[in-house]
Write a protein that binds this ligand. Structure first.
Ligand code: GLN
Length: 603
């Protein structure tokens, strides 16, 4: 009796092996991520803009490949092999970055080429590792213990964030070293080496402990190669996609990529925004189609898969708002925040670390809340928790929006409000992200477990694409007005339409990247190649050329716009997220009664 009671609340030992493995892997990933853009911008001399575009594309691809890793695992290799493969690849990728960074000061073009190759290896490594370790957590629990999954994934999520927080501290500690005011560009390599070591430790932990602990109560290995025999009862068989449906999915992917490109691309848009983001959305939709085209899917399975798709759609808005942490929210922390706290001035980049810290503080309490609710039989179904997640992130933005309402150019928001925002965002994350992983584990037919985990991460990748698009709508921060004023330009009057900008003013604003958008194609048609012009220091244009710029509207200066609304102030910017995530949350909530039916007994 006691044994039964103990086994009904305790988690299997395998969870702690996966916890440890994922902790070291996230140490490696987030540690590298903390110094990567700086390394590319400064040591490889690509500059901020190009570095952030590379960074965005890299992250998007890291969350795109899990669908490939998931597919190969479900069909051929199994979770265990894919984790070992992915972990080793990521470790090698970090060593390559170490090698690239070691070339500093000797051979820049060799260093750059090694960096490209390293990123490619990491993208594939992550694709094999991430969906498989996550779906393996689900496989640890037999059907009758699926009610423990939300709590299990919340603990797993704790591992993710312990690793991420440590990595974001250790790798910059060794890799981002300053001598006085100048950065020691030769130090980056140590940060990447630290990340490599972490990844190899994680892989070794898994290699040596898996056979002992990652097993069923009867001692059978979990996550081995897929065979038709070890798949129980109603979920038997492997995924079978006909060549016709694979062909349709491929055509769909190409057609949708072009379709989204027509919507999102256009003159002056970077190739990542114009092609990679459309490809991510297109890949998601065609993969969704491909899975549903499998003839072995039963009616119940189909309903459940649809629930996952609906959830994936809504969580895109969450990540689109959440991941502003690394971009617009950090710019705001830098430029419009008073970061003094108890007499100490906090470095602006440090503010976002509160997210990881809050996950560490609240992951276990949240896991206990779910267990307590489940015992009291008041635990809501997972999509309801996720709707709460969306509403919490909307609330976080609402609170800070109220703070910045009526701000003037010299106003600054107290850092405590940003910290409060991160607290609410973290609570939202805990309602949505580990619950999402767990929902995939509960709803996915076993033969699609890792592939559908790939779909979940694809939803995340879509969110990252949205992050880039929404973050770019940040209205001009005060430093832009001041910079314009120094060049004798009244930016406010131009933006408010009180004064028409002259060609010279437009050109200056574009040159200093102040709220200006350039139509490069139109420029070229008028013999103005802006990519080249800006490379020449102190370049001067003739009065005729300046005239063309304003007449042909080659450069435009305007407030950012979203869905017909003009975003003039920080308040408008924050309210955009309140409205987007608030309505997504409410809509998801309204759909939950239907989703509950479609889940057929799964919660
Ligand atoms: N921080 C979490 C992780 O690394 C969630 C990231 C995501 O799913 N977008 O797993």
């Amino acid at each position: 009796m006691n044994q039964v009671a103990a086994s009904s609340t305790k988690h299997p030992k395998g969870l702690w092996v996966l916890f440890g493995t994922e902790m070291w892997e996230r140490f490696n990933f987030y540690g590298m991520r903390a110094i990567l853009s700086l390394f590319i911008a400064e040591a490889l001399m690509k500059g901020d803009t190009e570095a952030s575009i590379i960074y965005g594309g890299f992250l998007g691809l890291c969350y795109l490949t899990p669908m490939l890793g998931g597919y190969i695992s479900d069909k051929y290799l199994g979770n265990r092999n894919c984790i070992l493969l992915g972990g080793t690849a990521m470790g090698i990728g970090q060593l390559l970055l170490f090698l690239s960074a070691s070339q500093f000061g000797t051979n820049l073009s060799l260093a750059t080429n090694i960096m490209w190759f390293a990123l490619l290896v990491i993208i594939f490594g992550n694709g094999f590792f991430k969906p498989n370790i996550s779906s393996m957590v689900g496989s640890l629990y037999p059907k009758e213990e699926k009610n423990k999954l939300d709590s299990a994934f919340t603990l797993f999520y704790l591992g993710i964030n312990v690793g991420a927080t440590l990595g974001q501290f250790i790798c910059p500690f060794f890799g981002d070293v300053k001598n006085g005011d100048t950065r020691d560009l030769s130090a980056f390599k140590w940060g990447f080496l630290a990340a490599a070591i972490a990844m190899f430790i994680g892989t070794l932990v898994f290699l040596y402990l898996k056979n002992k602990y990652v097993v069923t109560p009867e001692g059978k290995a979990i996550g081995g190669k897929p065979t038709a025999t070890d798949i129980p009862d109603d979920e038997s068989g492997q995924a079978k996609f006909s060549s016709t449906s694979i062909a349709i999915a491929a055509i769909l992917a190409v057609a949708l990529t072009y379709g989204f490109n027509l919507l999102m691309g256009g003159p002056g848009v970077s190739p990542i925004k114009a092609w990679l983001y459309p490809f991510i959305f297109a890949a998601g939709i065609s993969l969704a189609y491909l899975i549903l085209s499998d003839k072995t899917i039963t009616k119940v399975e189909r309903d459940r898969i649809w629930v996952l798709y609906i959830v994936c759609f809504f969580v895109m808005f969450f990540w689109g708002a959440f991941e502003q942490a690394g971009s617009s929210l950090t710019f705001i922390a830098d430029k419009q925040t008073d970061t003094r706290i108890l007499g100490w001035t906090m470095p602006p980049t440090m503010v976002q670390n509160f997210n990881g810290i809050f996950v560490m503080v609240f992951a276990i309490p949240f896991s206990l809340i779910w267990i307590w609710m489940s015992k009291k039989k008041i635990e809501p179904i997972s999509p309801v928790k996720q709707a709460w997640g969306l509403l919490l992130i909307a609330l976080g933005y609402l609170i800070i929006a109220m703070q910045v309402k009526g701000f003037t150019l010299s106003s600054k928001v107290g850092v405590i409000w940003l910290i409060l925002l991160y607290l609410l965002h973290t609570w939202g994350e805990l309602c949505l992200s580990p619950i999402g992983l767990s929902l995939v584990a509960k709803l996915a037919p076993k033969r699609f477990a890792s592939l559908l985990m790939g779909v979940w991460f694809l939803g995340n990748a879509g969110g990252y694409a949205l992050t880039g698009t929404l973050g770019a709508l940040l209205p001009p921060t005060p430093d832009k007005y001041i910079k314009a004023e120094k060049a004798n330009i009244n930016l406010a009057d131009i933006l408010d339409g009180k004064k028409e900008a002259t060609g010279q003013e437009l050109y200056t604003l574009a040159k200093y990247k102040i709220s200006a958008s350039i139509d490069y194609d139109k420029g070229q048609k008028n013999n103005l190649d802006f990519a080249k012009i800006f490379k020449v220091k102190d370049s001067v244009l003739t009065p005729q050329q300046l005239d063309v710029i304003s007449k042909e509207q080659i450069i435009k200066v305007a407030y950012p716009k979203f869905a017909g609304f003009t975003l003039k102030t920080l308040y408008d910017f924050f309210m955009m997220f309140v409205i987007l995530c608030g309505s997504a949350g409410l809509l998801l909530y309204a759909l939950t009664p239907f989703m509950k039916k479609m889940m057929h007994g799964v919660r």
